[in-house]
Structures are given as C-alpha cells and as structure tokens.
Design a protein around this ligand. Structure first.
Ligand SMILES: Nc1nc2c(c(=O)[nH]1)N[C@H]1C(S)=C(S)[C@@H](COP(=O)(O)OP(=O)(O)OC[C@H]3O[C@@H](n4cnc5c(=O)[nH]c(N)nc54)[C@H](O)[C@@H]3O)O[C@H]1N2
Ligand SMILES: Nc1nc2c(c(=O)[nH]1)N[C@H]1C(S)=C(S)[C@@H](COP(=O)(O)OP(=O)(O)OC[C@H]3O[C@@H](n4cnc5c(=O)[nH]c(N)nc54)[C@H](O)[C@@H]3O)O[C@H]1N2
Ligand code: SF4
Ligand SMILES: [Mo]
Length: 736
C-alpha cells in the first residue's frame, strides 16, 4: 500500500501542536511537526513522537474488562454493558442518585468525544458528586476570572508576539509547554521577545528550564505569591503608577482594591517571600512603565491555600498597569467554536455563582458544578444518607494524581461498584468492576473545544482520524450508553438513535422555525462532529448556514489540512464581559473578604522545609511512563535538594532519602541542585507504578514514588476548593 500523509493536532498537552503523520500498511512510520500549521509552525516536543508507542502499546486496552473473583478478564461490549446495567440500576434504585459519583480527568479535555458527552452523562446521573482534576489544577484561575469578567472561560493570555516584558510566575512552559495558555514553542517566542529588546522575568522557587533562558529569575518561597502580588499592587498605588488604559471606562472597584492591599507593603512581605522589598518595587516599576507588558501565572500559584487570591491579583496587576485587552498585554482569544463568551448578549450577563450546594462531609462549596476531588475519599468512606457507593471514572487516575492517594485507593476498594472509561489497567482502574476502553487518539477525529479559547493566536483546526476505526464504540457512544443505562434503559439500547433524537430536540428548541434548515444541513453527521458543525457555523466566524457565505463550515475547516489562521488577538472589552454590572469587577467581595486570612497567615512563620512539584518534558502526569520512547533515559522521579540543605541534612547525591510528614512517607533518590531555593525540595507527581493489579509492564520496571502520599487531602483553598499541592511541610533524612 502507498504511504499516506495525515495531519492532526497532538492530543497530549495544551500546546496542541500540529503534526504530520505518515502511515504505511496500517502502521505509523513518521511523526513530525507540521511546518504548514499556521498556529504551531512545525514545533513539537518528544511526546508527540511517542504517540506511535501509545498506539502500539500492548498494555493499552482494546477490549472491555470485567472483574471476576478479583481478576480482570476480557469481555464483549454486550457483556460489559449488561453487567453495568444490572449493577448500576440496582444501586440507583436502592440508594438514590447521589450514591453514584463521577470523576473525570485530564485527557478528557484532549478528546472532544469525551469532552462534549461527559456533561450529558453527569446531567443524567443528577448526582451532586461530580469530581475532576480541575480541583487539582486551574479552578482558582477560572474562579477569579469568572468573578472579574463574568464567565469561567474568560481568561486572558499574554499577547506574546507583541509584548516587551513578560513576567511568568509559577509556570515552567519549557517543560510543560504552557497551560491555560496555548502557546507552542514558548522558547522560540521568548527568544523572539528578547531579540526585539524585550525581557522575560520568572518568579519560581526553582531556577527552572524557563528561568534559565530568562533575563531575570526571582526565587520565591512556596505559597508566598499572594503576598508578593499584593505588595506589587500596593506599590502601584503608593507611587501613583496605577493606570487603567484602554479599559478604564469598564473597570469597577479600583478604590476597594487600593484599601484592601494597603497593609501589604513590600517591607511587610519581603522576608516571607524571600524576595527583597527593592526587587518588588523595581519589578512593579518596570511593569507600570513598560507600554507592552504582561503577567502570566500558572499552576504554582493555583495549587496553594491562597490560589484564588493569587490568581486574582495577577489580573489586578494587568488591569492596573493598563495592560489588559491591549496588544502586547494580556488579551482574550476568540475561538471559532464552543466558546461560551461568544454566546448570549454582548456586554453583560449573569456572571458566575458558586456554592449552590455543599459537599456532604466537609461542606466544601460547589464550584463549576463540581466538588473538590480531595472530598472523594471521605464521601465514599462516611456512612449515611447519600453516601457514595458507586463511581464512574473517565480518564482519571486519582490514586496517583490526587493528595492522599493511598486513602483514595482504599476508598475505591470499598465501593459496591466501579466503572472506568480508560485505556489502561492502572493504579485507579484496577479497582473497577468494569473497564471500557476508548479508542487510540490516532483512530479518533478531534476538534479542540477548550484551548482555542486560551490560544496565543486565533485559529480553527480539525483533526481527521489517522488510522481506520476498529469495530468498537467511540468514547462519545460509551458515555451516551452509560447515560442511557443510568436513565433505566436496557443495555442494548441504540445510542445513535438517542443521539439523533436529542440533537433534533435541541435544534428545535434553539432554532424554532429554522430548525429544519439546520437539521438538513447536518444530515449524515452524528455525535461530536455534528455538534461541531452546528457551533462552527453559528459561531463568531461561522457562515450562519449560508447567510454569511464567506464564513466557516466544518467542510471548510476540514479542507484546510493544516488548519485556518484567524489572526492575532483583538481587543474584546466590553463585548465579552458577562458580569451583571457589565464591568470588569476588580474587587469581587468574596475575594476581598479572603484577604484578612492572607494577612493573618503572613504573621505566622513559614515551615523550614517544604516540597513542591515539577514537570519534565518527557513525562505527562501519571500515564505516559509505559511508553518506551519516553521511559528511557535518566530516572526523572528524583528529589532535588539545595546543596546547603543537603549538607545540613547529610544527604548524598544518588542515595535514597526518606521524605515524610504527618500524611505519610516515601523514599526517593536525592539529586543535589543549586537551582533549588534553600528550604525547598522538588519532586515530580504521577509516579508510584508499583501497585499490584495494574498492567503497566514497562512503567512497573522503574515505578518511582508517589509525591501525593505526602499531601494532605484536607488542605484546600476555601474559595475554589482547589487542593494544596505546593509548599507542603516535610522532613527529609538520609537512608543509611
Ligand atoms: N502533587 C501534584 N499532583 C498533581 C499535580 C501536581 O502538579 N502536583 N498536577 C495535577 C494536575 S494539573 C492534573 S491535570 C492532574 C491530572 O490527573 P488525572 O486527571 O487523574 O490525569 P492523569 O494522571 O493524566 O491520568 C489520566 C488517566 O486517563 C487515562 N487515559 C489516557 N488517555 C485516555 C483516553 O484517550 N481515553 C480514556 N478514556 N482514558 C485515557 C489514563 O490511562 C489515566 O488513567 O494531576 C494533578 N496532580
Ligand atoms: N511535560 C509535561 N507537560 C505537561 C504536563 C506534564 O505532566 N508533563 N502536565 C500538563 C498539565 S495537566 C498542566 S496543568 C500543565 C501545568 O503547566 P505549568 O503551570 O507550567 O506547570 P509546571 O511545569 O509544574 O510549573 C509550575 C512551576 O511552579 C513552581 N512552583 C511551585 N510552587 C510554587 C509557588 O508556591 N509559587 C510559585 N511562584 N511557583 C511555584 C514550580 O517550581 C514549577 O516550576 O502542564 C501540562 N503539560
Ligand atoms: S508540546 Fe509536545 S505534547 Fe504538547 S502538544 Fe506539542 S507535541 Fe504534543
Ligand atoms: Mo493539569
């Protein structure tokens, strides 16, 4: 058979790089960057090449598994769904809807079948117990932006191609390739910034790969970002440097912010931050006096007890230095499809709400319709009305990825019933009674639903399947079947018919008299692809079903194999605001009310030794350690320790050390590194592949240790419910 060439975006991280994939005789022969992709311009990292290993991995599940007498055995799809119907429906009838929980994880966002159909499953289940990896990650940023701009996904990103000063706080895009900011080849873009005379400044407890290419690096004590940022805002006001620039007409609450940060002087926070007061003032001065400047902060600033406050203060700085919504500052992308901030009435809206219900055991407030994943174990363990007795996981591995993994593991083992939609038998899914495997990304089509909303440049790219489909359900069909079963339908119900009926009903409701035109235009399509056609054509660049002939349709996007460039980011205020006031709310009351907690914390001493996380370009959270291309090379699960701490604690490079605290203990190999801030140890997460019952042959050979054993699942940011993953107190001692 002749070689064929295919184009798709990489589904492994938020950078969404365009790939060129060559296939011969049904097998992938080459994966490289697509040089014609207008968005990623040929850039890729080593993980993309490992997509071939993922597709070929003998451990990747291709058939459902049912657990019988403690062992997972292959089963047919009919058997698997029948088993689920029998057990799930009985449980629901006996214990009610909240007894069934769902947990959804990171890869979901990279597979539009999962992403577009998971909400349907959660809605049908009607359970309060919805959990996701978002509460280990970015909810604080979404909450602060939701309160300020009116929608959860209205998050500004640096306009990197035009800025002259970029301040990066608690992010390491050289390893992570960016997050809540889709920016392939960050390094190349940073170099271009420097070449035009601009500066990159990094604030991070470790001199990271990103800090190493920056013009300045300031080491900050973990968890101190809220103080550092509040002092910068204070400094702006103290010197009269604040200016609102282009959005001045639309900003409310400036004076409230001024009052709220009045005590946070640079001198008051310097020791706690580990950054001199003069440095804080100078960085503020540079931001205020550089016409095109942007502050970007990511997971290091979110996964701490003041995550929402820190996330908020970042954008307060951007607004008060006149850098919001202007070229070279931070701007709002405009996605071609699936963006809620392009829907509804322009200029104002309902805003966001949290706390519509509380978790049963800890009373944690609901955020984005979810409860913190750190509440999952207690909801399973604690007897009483609405106790969780069954769980459906979708692409998530909380046993490794969430704090107090051993407790989650014990809780999962105690469930009456568990179903996992997952491609591996791993640390989490080994507890499932039924595992339903999704297709390899190379067999699925894709259109990114989230990251065009966070992209450095506007674009629309469709990815067709690279390899032929196997005769088994796509992930959207699996989720729809689970939803139908949860609604009491028999296991052999026709999900395609359900999908057709639901789509027709939704279109009737949305388009009234024009519904027939829409249904006709989408004939022959199904599932997420049909939704895509609908939202593309009715979206901000759409053809409105023929009314704007130059506009986008699915066919046009599909025809552009490397994607369609929709240009540089454009100002969007006030059009995108959805706050009830129609203003940018600079001083949301819930956030001001949390500042005294930060002030009180500032008065208490910080722990002497803490642990923080780390990402490596050849690893991806907890699930890619089984791929030969990525697993080779030096061990990456090591504890980085500053030479002064190593000397003080008698730790030796290459030797094991015991790291412990009240939550637990682990043994990790020490690596001595002057890149660390003294008093801070760094360890990656997502390791610990030595649990019995998993089927990860290669990963088990070098399992590493699970950082999350040391993290306390009761520690959360009270506003967002986000877990505290950084700056956790530890002791470390040599194992002699
Ligand atoms: N200490 C510490 N912990 C952390 C973090 C940290 O920085 N420090 N980071 C946190 C963050 S940001 C995140 S997002 C979470 C991630 O945590 P999770 O959301 O749990 O994601 P992963 O660990 O990546 O596990 C992904 C799961 O999806 C499965 N999977 C992979 N591809 C597919 C697919 O195509 N279909 C299906 N159905 N399943 C698939 C994998 O087998 C695996 O079970 O971890 C968090 N945990
Ligand atoms: N190669 C690779 N890429 C990934 C992932 C992966 O696991 N591997 N995971 C993906 C996911 S799910 C996400 S969410 C993104 C995350 O993307 P990033 O946010 O860029 O994540 P990290 O690389 O962990 O960088 C976080 C930085 O915060 C620093 N830090 C820790 N604590 C603090 C603190 O208290 N204050 C400050 N200022 N800094 C602190 C750490 O030293 C680290 O350098 O990456 C994504 N991309
Ligand atoms: S940076 Fe690497 S993993 Fe991320 S999308 Fe690009 S190629 Fe894939
Ligand atoms: Mo994440």
């Amino acid at each position: 058979m002749p070689q064929t060439t295919h184009y798709r975006i990489c589904p492994l991280c938020e950078a969404c790089c365009g790939l060129e994939i060559k296939v011969q005789d049904g097998a992938v022969t080459h994966i490289r960057g697509d040089a014609n992709d207008p968005f990623s311009q040929g850039y890729i990292c080593p993980k993309a090449v490992a997509l071939k290993d993922l597709h070929d991995d003998p451990d990747r599940l291709r058939t459902p598994l049912i657990k019988r007498n403690g062992r997972h055995e292959p089963a047919t799809w009919d058997e698997a769904f029948a088993e689920i119907a029998r057990r799930l429906q009985t449980l629901q009838a006996a214990h009610g809807r909240h007894a069934v929980a769902v947990a959804v994880g990171n890869p979901t966002v990279h597979k539009y079948g999962l992403m577009s159909y998971f909400p349907k499953l959660a809605r049908v289940l009607g359970t309060r117990n919805v959990f996701s990896a978002s509460s280990l990650d970015q909810v604080p940023k979404q909450l602060s932006c939701g309160l300020m701009f009116g929608h959860w996904m209205t998050v500004p990103v640096p306009d990197i191609s035009r800025t002259q000063l970029l301040v990066v706080i608690g992010a390491n895009p050289l390893a992570s390739n960016g997050s809540m900011w889709t920016v392939p080849d960050f390094k190349g873009k940073a170099k271009a910034l420097q070449a035009r005379g601009g500066r990159l400044v990094v604030v991070d407890p470790r001199r990271t790969e990103t800090a190493a290419v920056a013009d300045a690096h300031h080491a900050i004590r973990p968890g101190a970002d809220v103080f550092f940022l509040a002092a910068m805002v204070h400094t702006l006001f103290a010197n009269g440097w604040e200016r609102l620039g282009a959005v001045s007409e639309w900003v409310a609450g400036v004076e409230d912010v001024r009052r709220a940060v009045s005590a946070f002087t640079p001198e008051a926070v310097a020791v706690r931050c580990g950054i001199a007061a003069d440095t804080i003032v100078e960085l503020t001065r540079a931001l205020a006096h550089t016409e095109r400047a942007a502050v970007y902060a990511r997971i290091g600033t979110c996964t701490q007890t003041f995550g929402t406050l820190a996330s908020w203060l970042v954008d307060v700085l951007n607004v008060l230095t006149g850098h919001l919504d202007v070229p070279g500052g931070v701007m709002f992308p405009k996605a071609a499809a699936f963006a809620s901030n392009t829907l509804g009435t322009s200029g104002s809206g309902r805003g966001i709400a949290t706390g519509r219900h509380a978790s049963r055991v800890s009373g944690a407030p609901e955020v984005m319709g979810e409860q913190p994943i750190t509440c999952l174990a207690e909801e399973i363990e604690t007897a009483g009305q609405d106790q969780v007795r069954a769980l459906i996981t979708v692409a998530t591995n909380p046993v490794l990825s969430a704090p107090n993994g051993p407790r989650i593991s014990r809780a999962l083992a105690s469930l009456d019933f568990m179903v996992s939609v997952d491609i591996y038998l791993n640390e989490t899914t080994r507890h499932a009674d039924v595992i339903l495997p999704g297709l390899s990304p190379l067999q699925d089509d894709h259109f990114d639903m989230m990251f065009a909303q966070l992209s450095w440049r506007n674009h629309a790219r469709y990815s067709a399947p690279v390899l032929p489909l196997e005769d088994r359900p796509a992930e959207w069909q699996i989720l729809l079947k689970l939803a139908a079963i949860a609604q009491g339908q028999p296991a052999d119900v026709d999900v395609n018919a359900i999908d057709d009926a639901q789509f027709a009903k939704d279109v009737q409701r949305q388009f009234g008299p024009h519904a027939d035109t829409v249904l006709q235009a989408t004939q022959g399509l199904s599932g997420p692809q049909r939704l895509l056609e609908l939202v593309l054509r009715t979206g901000p660049y759409g053809d409105e079903f023929g009314r704007k002939p130059d506009g986008l349709t699915l066919a046009k996007v599909q025809a552009a194999s490397s994607g369609i460039d929709l240009g540089e980011l454009q100002p969007r205020v006030p059009e995108l605001l959805r706050t009830p006031s129609g203003k940018i709310e600079l001083a949301p009351p819930a956030l001001l009310a949390d500042l005294p907690r930060a002030w009180a914390d500032l008065q208490t001493p910080a722990p002497e030794l803490v642990v923080i996380g780390r990402r490596d370009v050849r690893s991806n959270n907890s699930w890619m350690h089984n791929l030969p291309l990525l697993a080779k090379g030096p061990m990456r699960c090591t504890a980085l320790v500053h030479p002064s701490d190593a000397a003080r604690l008698q730790l030796q490079a290459g030797k094991l050390a015991r790291i412990s605290n009240a939550s637990g203990q682990i043994e990790a190999q020490v690596e001595i590194s002057a890149d660390m801030m003294p008093g801070v140890v760094s360890l990656p997460h997502g390791w610990g592949h030595d649990l019995p019952g998993s089927q990860l042959t290669l990963a088990a050979q070098r399992p590493g240790v699970n950082l999350n054993v040391l993290l306390d699942d009761s520690q959360r940011d009270p506003l967002s419910g986000n877990a505290v993953l950084s700056g956790v107190a530890i002791q470390i001692q040599p194992i002699l």
